[in-house]
Design a protein around this ligand. Sequence first.
Ligand code: SF4
Length: 685
Amino acid sequence: MGNNEGIRKILTVCPYCGCGCGLYLHVENGKITGVSPSRSHPVNKGSLCVKGWNAYEFIAHPDRLKYPMIKQNGAFKRASWDDTLNFVATRLDEIKKKYGPDSIGILSSAKCTNEENYLMMKFARAVIGTNNIDHCARLCHSSTVGGLAAAFGSGAMTNSIDEISHAKVLFVIGSNTTEQHPMIAMHMLEAVDRGATLIVADPRRTKIAEFAHIHLRQKSGTDVALLMGIMNVIVNEGLVDIDFVRRRTENFDAFENVLRRYPPSVVEGITGVREYDIRRVARIYAMEKRSMLFYAMGITQHITGTDNVRACANLVMLTGHIGLPMSGLNPLRGQNNVQGACDMGALPNVYSGYQTVTDPRVRKKFQMAWKRKLPQNPGLTLMEMMEKAYVGSLKAMYIMGENPLISDPDLNLLRKALERLDFLVVQDIFPNETSEHADAILPASSYAEKDGTFTNTERRVQLIRKAIEPIGESKPDWEIICELSNKMGYKMNYRGTYEIMEEIALLTPSYGGILHHRLSDGFGLQWPCNDIKHTGTQYLHRKKFARGLGTFITVDFMPPDEPPDSEYPFLLTTGRIYFRYHTATMCKRTAVLEREEPESFIEINPDDAERLGIRNRSMVKVSSRRGEIEIKACVTNKTPEGIVFIPFHFRESAANILTNPATDPSAKIPEYKVCAVKVEPLHRP
Ligand code: SF4
């Protein structure tokens, strides 16, 4: 904290993306009046992106939920905390008694702190008695969590952000890094300035692709084939790190047998990427030791998301590009604390630290600590909860800091699913599309009004610090969960979030040495950090993988669930833009961000547009098998012929009315990156 003419500056962490930039909130007379970056923070080093610079305006926005509300005769009425929590506790108890604990589903939040996610998963398991807990990681990186856990034993970025600028080769596949992880892109461009080669694989010509030395424009949904083609070249040209493969991995022979089916000539036919470029990328990536591979949702959001991740894992093992600084596999996690929400076990199959609910020894440990019998079968994923709600077997949901009615696929169906619930409680800082359907609303405090920790994409657990008192009657999410739990007869009393972290450290090996007082100097600790002497881990899998040997998992190309056809001839891919964030609850209440990108659009290639008679900025109708929207056309070469792109953030012209709810069979992540649509010009008088 510093002082400057009456301004207090509180060091905290940006609430937007997984970069986890350090920033100061400027407080004057109990109000936050501005933001400045931390100069010595290892991620942002004195910079912020436009979202970070404006990460304060929404905090006191008039739309903030300021008091609890209960819906009566279709309208929300202000109520006291006591009455609202009694109402919620009674309804959840009634439903649990009548239909059983598994008739209730809980969504935790990648925007909330680790301590809050830990308590929410404890609430689900110990108070409700269900493993039906999930959060938006299901929609972005569940395929990473499963795919990398199987290959390496843990699913997180293996390197640190600070290493990036010293790498020699950066291979970025399915990540719009410049727009979605701006400070990571800053490190990448610094590496390029120092002479590194940047390879980008993305069907769209994104900003980061404009800086690339090689841009591979594979057809959406063909990543497995592309990666197999690259690996085929590496094997055939003798570029394998044989020593690494022999000492550190298993199952290579079975994998190699399948690899033979992917010579570059075949892969060119599947992906549209020239054989010449496949060979070039294979050689450049394999021959330089300081090669870092990055990916994001272009890899994960497919029905083959887990296979895509496995293929990335196979590539780094094949070349021995892992377990070293500036050499590794780096999934870029989206939200500020999506890594932490996963680490804390806000998932249906694991407790904190990815300790599985089906392991009797682990379950016994948590039962003893929490003094409750715990459910033993994995719970429902987010998508499964919505399916069960739709057919009427899930009766109630408790949603904290999530907005599925913008973020989930097939919104028309999802709306019906939420309407069929007997009871819905939403806990958030702003009203949103989902809370309109709630029976009760619990007003939560923003990141500036509470203490706790966020874990960024490089596994860095950092303190966030309370700068101002909660707005209105809002309360930090952890306090609301404790009070609700107490009303339901299970005592949850903590003197502060530091005590919750002590419990987390006790029960979670990888967070064993992470305690608040150890985080107050410097910029946090990177897990694994197993005990109080441990100083954190800069890069993973140094001498051995978390699971012992890394395992090659055989993958095979599978086409997308809904490729274009004669009725719906365009491939729609959805994504994100720089000035918006996720379901836009915060950024649309920030003047600069709203001004820059106030409405949605569809990117369409000029040749496609000309053929259909669509002019730039004219309105078009886009329809899929699930619904239709009207939206403004953006005619651009960024998107190749046959492919259209829509950002998903907007309520009007919501892209997810169109998207396909088909999921990856193991990760249950929906295929946001491919569905078939029709585009027609709208000629208005
Ligand atoms: Fe915030 Fe991410 Fe921008 Fe950093 S890069 S300021 S964490 S939105």
